[in-house]
Design a protein around this ligand. Structure first.
Ligand SMILES: [Zn+2]
Length: 225
């Protein structure tokens, strides 16, 4: 085999302190007997996992919750404005349309990309990764790993979307005295962002390579390149 992983070498790395140690042989569990205690790090005592436990099912659960909340995030108003000119509710899309129509098209593009396009792409990419990994697919592991890295990297900037939407709409649209409050859509949108970030954290990209490695015929012994 070309690449050797700790799992294949019978080793396991500690998530807490990074110490790599031999994996304890899986004890046989008799029917009705108590499952054996999980192996702990010999240096720091943390419970050892080869891969994130229940990675795929946890990713799915968080993704589905995020996808459901994506609907109210776009349908419900993110901003509620009370001013002398009356009350007004704005959804993300109506904010985009407002900027576009009033000639602030760079702002319209920023809000559209940050608040509608990027969250949707992140959900789609994570769903694709979870689905292919669940099927134990060996399809393009390198590209899938790169996709994962991109999603994980934009995750930390996602909360910016909320501020972009609320601040820009508020600042540009209402120069007069007005009371602006966040609508339920903003809460739903923030939940989508957080849930997607958690889904990305739960997904264990090493599973991609476990599947890919399992498909390649195993050579006997270790070859050195
Ligand atoms: Zn440790």
């Amino acid at each position: 085999m070309k690449y050797l992983s700790a799992a294949r070498a019978g080793m396991v790395g500690c998530h807490a302190c990074g110490h790599v140690q031999a994996r304890a042989a899986a004890a046989r569990v008799d029917e009705g007997a108590r499952p054996p205690a999980p192996q702990r790090c010999e240096r720091c005592g943390s419970v050892l996992h080869l891969r994130n436990p229940d990675s795929i099912s946890r990713t799915w659960a968080l993704l589905i919750a995020a996808a459901i909340l994506y609907i109210p995030a776009n349908l419900l108003p993110v901003l509620h404005t009370q001013s002398l000119f009356g009350n007004e509710d704005d959804t993300i899309m109506s904010g985009v349309v407002y900027f576009w129509v009033s000639g602030d098209w760079p702002l319209a593009v920023i809000v559209f990309v940050a608040s509608i396009l990027v969250p949707m792409l992140k959900l789609s990419v994570l769903a694709l990764l979870a689905w292919t990994t669940q099927r134990r697919s060996d399809w393009r592991p390198l590209e899938r790993t790169k996709l994962y890295r991109i999603v994980e990297r934009i995750g930390r900037w996602s909360m910016l979307d909320v501020f972009v939407v609320t601040l820009t709409v508020a600042l540009v649209r209402f120069k007069s005295l007005a009371v602006i409050t966040a609508g339920w859509g903003a809460l739903a949108f923030a939940s989508v962002v957080v849930l997607t970030m958690m889904a990305a954290l739960q997904f264990d990209p090493r599973l991609i390579w476990d599947c890919a490695d399992a498909q390649t015929p195993q050579a006997s012994g270790h070859e050195h390149d």
